[in-house]
Write a protein that binds this ligand. Structure first.
Ligand code: GAP
Length: 537
């Protein structure tokens, strides 16, 4: 599937719009249109239902070490600034950026691929911003830089493969051809860039009133751990889920909504006994992977990538990414949909004791400032757990399945896009675009049409529409040829179309058409609702 086709469908059919488009748009911000908002809501509701409200607290699900409880939270976007100091985001939530003095552009240095090449006695690292066909784009830039023609491509002596700018020693930046520059050596040395959006709370407007928009929803859960324990009857093991907006001032937002500056997360912090934390990690990793396949992502484009031991923080006993082969990525590459991390007791201990040094070995130590005092103080509150049966007191370990609602929406959209052949109103085969969304997440569950706008057909169709509307988001359409109405619903991903025709007036039956198989069958009017309920399961 070509990404351009999906992007254009999203705009044309009201799935996604560039934010503030009439003013030229704002990079990294996206609005969901009438169809998009339903799709994303359905995805979030499916997640909440499957992970929280529909979860059976009494019986252990397959693969879980034992039964566990789940509950939810909805925390504020702006929290006490100390939260971000203690969590490490204030000091460490940074990306390295480089500035180009020629193009005046700023880049995340690990997102600028390039390759060393030598010609005419000069060695240059040629970079590109192309999202695919890197090799082709780099060759074209190298030919231009060395003033060579395409037929002289053999004069370019390539050295090594494609590497990111992050792997290049800044002392060699004089030999770098920046992505949008004509001259060499226009990049500044890499600098830290904190991704948190800053704001001011209150009317005084001083630096002391500075606060941050949350870059993840997770911290709201940690700081409410004690509140949840004290106010509900949950016992470890249990999980707290939260979904909501997060904000990151990404240096290079790109790939449609994949890397946005404002996005939604769906996160779970699962609290368990340290002795069983590895089993719980394995359970959540597999459970979350399965969720995407149950919702319709195919095995081929979805993968679970376990991080290597040397990629893990020393307190973590495992991290896995659930990844999807988005069509805008080069062939064979995958993009992260969700991370499942074993976080040990790092977060709860930090909020108790103060900012911990994630690199200290063998145990986490409170990080000290230059004055020898704790760098950022914790809450001082007791965030340990006492098991009322065994009387054991301990700091629970945390497993964190952290998903992105917008990335999931994008993956479901990419997976759903299909083109096939279907007969038009004259019975001639035409290419049709069909979004094969799982019925649970389809924005419109069914469309109801009268075949023609006369003979009492609209009245029957409207009655069915009103009946179905009590349970689902259904759509009524009587405009234009029926074939065109089917096509519009195929593009919207509507699983079923119900048509009232001449026969309906004789025998009180209607046709139901299946979006994917194009099969049609007749059902009694009074059975339409039950039939739909069965098929939408
Ligand atoms: N609490 C852990 C955490 O936030 P993360 O890997 O930084 O981990 C989790 O983010 C998920 O949030 C990602 O897997 C992705 O789905 C989503 N996400 C992160 N940054 C994003 C961005 N700039 N745009 C859209 N989604 C993003």
């Amino acid at each position: 599937m070509e990404m351009d086709k999906l992007v254009s469908l999203c705009k044309r059919r009201g799935v996604l719009f560039q934010s503030s488009e009439i003013y030229g748009g704002l990079n990294g911000f996206w609005d969901y249109g009438p169809l998009g908002v339903e799709l994303k809501r359905n995805i979030k509701e499916a997640w909440w239902r499957d992970m929280v409200t529909g979860h059976d607290d009494i019986e252990a699900p397959p693969g879980a070490p034992e039964a566990y409880e789940m509950c939810g939270l909805d925390c504020t976007i702006i929290m006490h600034p100390q939260v971000w100091k203690v969590s490490g985001h204030y000091d460490l939530f940074v990306d390295k950026m480089v500035d180009c003095t020629e193009s005046k552009k700023r880049y995340r240095y690990d997102q600028v691929p390039g390759r060393w090449v030598e010609a005419k006695g000069q060695k240059v690292f040629v970079t590109t911003l192309a999202e695919a066909n890197h090799a082709q784009e780099i060759e074209a830039r190298a030919l231009k830089f060395f003033n060579l023609r395409a037929k002289d491509a053999a004069d370019l002596a390539w050295q090594g493969g494609l590497v990111s700018l992050a792997k290049i020693d800044p002392a060699e930046y004089v030999k770098v051809l920046a992505p949008e520059a004509k001259a060499l050596g226009t990049l500044t040395a890499p600098r830290d860039f904190n991704l948190m959006f800053k704001t001011i709370v209150g009317a005084l407007g001083t630096e002391e009133d500075a606060a941050f928009l949350r870059p993840e929803t997770a911290q709201g859960i940690f700081v409410n751990f004690k509140n949840v324990l004290d106010s509900s009857r949950v016992r470890v093991p249990f999980g707290i889920a939260q979904m909501g907006k997060s904000f990151r001032n990404e240096i290079t937002p790109r790939n449609f909504t994949f890397r946005s500056r404002e996005f939604e997360q769906m996160e779970i912090e699962f609290f368990c006994h340290p002795n069983s934390s590895l089993q719980w990690y394995q359970y959540w990793r597999d459970r979350r992977f399965r969720w995407y396949t149950e919702m319709g992502l195919s095995g081929e484009r979805l993968q679970l990538r376990e991080h290597h031991q040397d990629e893990l923080s020393h307190y973590s006993r495992g991290t896995a990414d659930i990844e999807y082969a988005f069509p805008f990525l080069p062939a064979g590459e995958f993009g992260e949909l969700e991370g499942v991390a074993h976080r040990g007791d790092f977060d709860l201990r930090s909020h108790m004791e103060g900012k911990l040094d994630p690199n200290s070995k063998p145990d986490l130590k409170v990080e000290l400032g230059e004055d020898g005092k704790p760098k950022w103080k914790g809450s001082g509150k007791d965030l340990t757990y006492r098991d009322d049966i065994t009387n054991e007191r301990y700091t629970p370990h945390v497993i964190e399945p952290s998903a992105g609602a917008d990335r999931a929406t994008l993956a479901f959209l990419c997976e759903a896009y299909h083109e096939d052949q279907a007969p038009d109103d004259k019975g001639e085969m035409q290419t049709r675009v069909v979004m094969k969304l799982h019925p649970r997440i389809a924005p419109i569950k069914a469309a109801v049409f009268p075949l023609v706008k006369k003979d009492g057909m609209p009245e029957v169709a409207q009655k069915i529409y009103r009946e179905l509307k009590k349970r689902w988001n259904v759509f009524y359409d009587e405009k234009g040829a029926v074939g065109r109405r089917y096509r519009r619903q195929d593009e919207a991903g509507t699983p079923f179309c119900i048509t009232v025709d001449g026969q309906s007036l004789q025998d009180q039956t209607v046709t139901i058409r299946d979006r994917d198989t194009l099969k049609q069958w007749r059902v009694k009017v009074e059975e339409v609702s039950a039939e739909l309920a069965e098929r939408l399961k």
